[in-house]
Design a protein around this ligand. Structure first.
Ligand SMILES: [Ca+2]
Ligand SMILES: [Ca+2]
Length: 216
């Protein structure tokens, strides 16, 4: 009986860490709301070309929509009087695009999954009405709308991991398609070492055994 209980506990712990059916993407707001120990960070300061793929510190960014958005956010070119008009959380260069259903894509340059991601979510519109989608192995794993004060930091976390996040910014709340003017800056991602998930699973199992011994 005891063995059965322990086996179920381990299976539950493994499912939670490796991604069972119950896993899902959790959206949050604010710095450090989704990231525990960032392993990757990008601020676009070295983004001095109009290349479709821009890599920084192991993160890979691309965009759909108008070609280079007329240079906005690239190579020190800013389309606004001040970068803070897009978002007070932005500094210097950023990544922006605009167009029908245009989005900025965030992935790991070397492939693989992120477990947590945070970025300053900007919009070319006056109000911030964002929409995000997560993917893993080309399958959509989550999506959500948010309307927040300009300057918001969006956090996404999923114990099952995601290998791509797409970010859109629409004209009004709760839109999932239409003309999008997405912009991002100050990106941080969390990619735990494979061994740490296993250690955590062992730790949870150990806690379960200890508790059961005390109860017995
Ligand atoms: Ca920047
Ligand atoms: Ca994957």
């Amino acid at each position: 009986m005891k063995k059965t209980i322990i086996r179920i506990a381990l299976a539950a712990a493994a499912a939670g860490l490796a991604g069972g059916a119950s896993a899902g993407v959790i959206a949050s707001f604010g710095a450090n709301s989704a990231i525990r120990s960032p392993t990757h960070a990008a601020n676009f300061d070295a983004n001095t070309t109009l290349a479709g793929n821009y890599a920084e510190n192991g993160l890979l960014f691309s965009y759909t929509g108008s070609a280079g958005n007329n240079g906005c956010g690239y190579a020190g070119v800013d389309c606004y009087d001040d970068v803070s008009e897009l978002s007070p959380a932005f500094q210097g260069n950023y990544m922006a695009t605009a167009g029908n259903n245009a989005y900025v894509s965030i992935r790991l340059a070397g492939g693989g999954e992120m477990y947590g991601l945070e970025f300053a979510a900007g919009s070319g519109y006056l109000g911030l009405n964002g929409y995000w989608k997560t993917y893993n192995d080309n399958l959509q794993t989550g999506a959500g709308n948010f309307s927040m004060p300009v300057g918001a930091i969006l956090g996404l976390r999923d114990a099952a991991g995601f290998d791509e996040v797409r970010y859109y910014a629409f004209s009004t709340a709760n839109k999932q398609s239409g003309f999008s003017a997405a912009a991002i800056d100050q990106v941080r991602a969390d990619v735990p070492e494979p061994g740490s998930a296993l250690l955590l699973a062992c730790g949870l199992l150990g806690m379960g055994v200890a508790r059961r011994r005390r109860e017995g």
